[in-house]
Write a protein that binds this ligand. Structure first.
Ligand code: MN3
Length: 199
């Protein structure tokens, strides 16, 4: 069965008041994410090794294989964007008590957590992602990956939040100011209810 573009969990103009305009979402979801899904389905159609595998299995199978780099990039980006849409909310920014306590325990404070995420996001050179993950020892930490990679591929832990720092995610709203996009994302767009549900 072919992979499909999931619908956004909110309307296409729902995040405009929180710093992500309708045009950004239309292009990012309807064009960029759609292109990853279309490319992935094209690879699966031509490669029997990929057929019948789940998205997670395709990411794992193609990870590190030079001849499957295109498969990995597009499968990874499909996986990453499914999380990304669920990681945002028109009423984002509020941190549930359970998650807040864990952030304070592992980062020292909510401000230190946000600083760690901003550092990961702004030091990712070029395109990629910043992540909040729960590592194997049960500790929350900030991580970053280039291009279409993710913590599923690197084994860095279970994802609670992923911030897309490809320019297509912020250029219409914040131009070249990635730090401002990330600060706004953490303060106004982040769906911490979703993150807490993954604990
Ligand atoms: Mn993107």
């Amino acid at each position: 069965m072919a992979f499909e573009l999931p619908p956004l969990p909110y309307s296409v103009n729902a995040l405009a008041g929180a710093g992500m305009c309708q045009e950004t979402l239309e292009l990012h979801h309807g064009k960029h994410h759609m292109a990853y899904v279309t490319a992935l389905n094209g690879f699966v159609e031509k490669n029997a090794d990929l057929q019948g595998k789940s998205l997670d299995e395709i990411v794992a199978f193609s990870n590190g294989k030079a001849d499957l780099a295109g498969v990995f990039n597009n499968a990874g980006q499909h996986w990453n964007h499914i999380i990304f849409w669920n990681n945002m909310s028109p009423t984002g920014g509020g941190i549930p008590g359970k998650l807040e306590a864990k952030l304070i325990e592992d980062f020292g404070s909510v401000a230190a957590f946000k600083d760690a995420m901003k550092t990961a996001a702004t030091t990712q050179f070029g395109s990629g992602w910043a992540w909040l993950v729960l590592d194997a020892s049960g500790k929350l930490k900030a991580a970053k990956t280039p291009n279409g990679s993710n913590p599923l591929a690197t084994g860095e832990g279970k994802v609670l939040l992923g911030i897309d720092v490809w320019e297509h995610s912020y250029y219409l709203d914040f131009r070249n100011r990635r730090p401002d996009y990330v600060t706004n994302w953490l303060d106004k767009l982040a769906n911490y209810e979703y993150a807490a549900s993954q604990l």
